[in-house]
Design a protein around this ligand. Structure first.
Ligand SMILES: [Zn+2]
Length: 223
C-alpha cells in the first residue's frame, strides 16, 4: 500500500495486485467515508485498509477481468453500491447490489469527496474515469483513468474505430482537465494532464498510418 496523496480534505492510497493492477482507496479525512476504485485480484490489503473506513461505494473503471478479479472478495466484506459505465455493466448486472449512477457528468458525493464521472469510451465501450476536483485552494485535482490513459500513451484498443474513439475521449474529456491534475491509471505509475498534453502534442504532429490501433504509444513510430 502506498499513500499517493494526503491533502486537507482527502487521502488516496494505492494497492498493487499480482497482475500489476492499481486499486485505489479514497477517503474523506473529516468524516471517514471512502470510495474504492477497481477491485483487482488478491485485494486483501485493499480490504484491510477499506474496512477501517466507512466505504460508501465501489467504482469500476471498466469491464476487464484484471480490474474485477477481486470483486467478489471485496463484496463479501463490503457490501456497498457499485458504479460501472452502462455499456460495461453487463458483467455485474446479476449482482444484487445497489448501483451508483456513473453516467457522464454525474456528480458522486460522499463527505468531502466530490467526484465526477467522465465517460471515456474506446478501451471498452463503457470505460469511465473519475475526476476528483479541487475543492480548496492548494488541493491537487486527481483523475482515475483506468486503462484509458497511461504515462506515455493510451490504453489498448481493439479496432481502428475503437482507437479513434479512445483518442477522441482522451483529447476531449481528459486533456481538457486542469493541467495540474494527477492522472492515476489502472496500471503502473502516475502522470499529470500537463505531461499527457505534451506527449499528445508530439503524437498529433507525427505521421500516423490509417487504421492504427492496438498498443499505441504517443512517442512511438505510428507511421
Ligand atoms: Zn482494461
Amino acid at each position: 500500500m502506498t499513500t499517493v496523496y494526503e491533502g486537507e480534505l482527502w487521502t488516496i492510497q494505492s494497492f498493487v495486485s499480482g497482475f500489476q493492477n492499481n486499486a485505489y482507496l479514497l477517503s474523506c479525512n473529516r468524516t471517514g467515508v471512502s470510495v474504492v476504485i477497481d477491485t483487482p485480484d488478491q485485494p486483501f490489503e485493499l480490504i484491510e485498509a477499506a474496512v477501517k473506513t466507512d466505504v460508501q461505494a465501489v467504482l469500476i473503471t471498466h469491464n476487464h477481468l484484471d480490474h474485477l478479479q477481486g470483486f467478489n472478495d471485496v463484496m463479501a466484506k463490503i457490501e456497498v453500491p457499485v458504479g460501472i459505465g452502462a455499456d460495461d455493466a453487463h458483467a455485474l448486472l446479476s449482482k444484487p447490489f445497489g448501483q451508483v449512477d456513473v453516467s457522464h457528468g454525474n456528480p458522486i458525493s460522499y463527505g468531502d469527496i466530490k467526484l465526477r464521472s467522465i465517460a471515456t469510451p474506446g478501451h471498452t465501450p463503457g470505460s469511465t474515469c473519475y475526476m476528483l476536483p479541487s475543492e480548496q485552494p492548494g488541493a491537487t485535482p486527481h483523475v482515475f483513468t483506468g486503462d484509458t490513459l497511461f504515462p506515455g500513451g493510451p490504453g489498448k484498443s481493439g479496432s481502428p474505430e475503437a482507437f479513434t474513439q479512445l483518442v477522441s475521449s482522451i483529447e476531449n474529456e481528459l486533456l481538457t482537465l486542469p493541467e495540474d491534475s494527477v492522472v492515476l491509471p489502472g496500471h503502473g505509475s502516475s502522470t499529470t494532464i500537463k505531461e499527457s498534453q505534451n506527449e499528445f502534442e508530439v503524437f498529433s504532429k507525427n505521421p500516423r498510418r490509417n487504421g492504427l490501433y492496438g498498443d499505441v504509444t504517443w512517442a512511438g513510430d505510428n507511421s
